[in-house]
Design a protein. Structure first.
Length: 327
């Protein structure tokens, strides 16, 4: 145990006694257990910079401990996120002192960047909780594309941030999406195809043999005349993963500007369906359910974001078209 009640803001030296049971183990590994609110990579940096000491002396990350020594941290957390707070409404689905879980609307960019210095989720989060500026990316541990809607979790403290990042890395976070694709599928399946940056178009990702492993499980939720509503579960979390995988198996997501290709209208579609499909200008992808272990209590947290109005209308139009043709 440490001798402070504020693990996320160590503005004064913090100390902990190395237990005898740790004898012979690496200092960086033991330090990560003594101060679990910080990532191991960050602690390693502090060991190398002399901000993490063993019995008041600088040692190497790999040096073994004997047990009984005093490990100390003397660091001040700098501002990690530099962005202007903005009063942008957020739909918070769950919150406590450790996390926010929110429903991101389509059209909201997550991180400031070239072309989007303001008006992002980061700006909105900093307005709601200014202390998030001390966390990397204002506590955001995963992202959704600008035009993908749905549920996201945001850490509010360093311990929560470290825990959530670790859960994502170990694939312990359940992420379920609703996708509406072009084509009438006959069964679900798994897309297991590595993904990396497109070799020519830097805005796109692509399936590549030398890419990073990427796995998407999908099952049929509702089958229409020429489209399918799918429930997709991410095993990995690559950029644009579901969008790339669905296009790869020849069932691109409706409205996807990067991977969907030209608009395809089903033969004999009603005027109503044609109008809905022509006006749907984003990928029909919604992050529906997120489940993770609470970073402090360990209890399961499961949050579902309601299907947004534009996708409800799209599904209704596809359903009406299918029913009319069957009738």
């Amino acid at each position: 145990m440490t001798d402070t009640d504020s693990p996320e803001t160590p503005d004064t030296p913090r100390t902990a006694i190395v237990p005898a049971s740790a004898s012979g183990r690496r200092f960086d590994a033991v330090l990560a257990e003594l101060f679990p609110e910080f990532s191991r990579s960050r602690l390693t940096e502090w060991i190398k910079s002399g901000n993490a000491l063993l019995n008041g002396e600088t040692v190497r990350p790999r040096d073994p401990v004997r047990g009984g020594e005093t490990a100390s941290l003397d660091v001040v957390l700098d501002t990690q996120t530099h962005a202007e707070p903005e009063d942008i409404p957020l739909d918070i689905l769950y919150e406590d002192e450790h996390v926010f879980v929110l429903d991101k609307p389509a059209g909201l960019v997550v991180h400031p960047g070239a072309g989007n210095p303001t008006g992002t989720l980061v700006n909105a989060l900093l307005f709601r909780d200014p202390s998030l500026s001390a966390l990397p990316r204002a506590g955001i541990v995963h992202r959704l594309d600008k035009d993908t809607s749905g549920v996201m979790v945001v850490a509010r403290t360093l311990p929560a941030h470290t825990s959530l990042v670790a859960q994502l890395a170990s694939r312990d976070v359940h992420r379920q999406y609703l996708a509406v694709v072009v084509g009438a599928m006959v069964s679900g399946g798994t897309a297991n195809a590595p993904i990396d940056r497109h070799p020519r178009d830097r805005l796109k990702m692509a399936v590549r043999e030398d890419g990073r492993d990427a796995v998407t499980h999908y099952r049929l939720r509702e089958r229409f005349r020429a489209h399918t509503a799918l429930e997709c579960r991410l095993e990995t979390g690559r950029t644009h993963q579901i969008r790339v995988h669905m296009a790869h198996i020849k069932y691109p997501i409706i409205g996807d500007p990067l991977y969907g290709g030209p608009l395809r209208l089903p033969k004999g579609a009603s005027d109503e369906l044609v109008a809905v499909l022509r006006s749907f200008r984003r990928q029909a992808l919604h992050a529906e359910t997120l489940e993770f272990a609470h970073p402090v209590t360990g209890e399961p947290v499961r949050v579902t974001a309601p299907v947004p109005a534009d996708m409800v209308a799209l599904l209704a139009a596809l359903r009406a078209d299918s029913q009319a043709k069957r009738g």
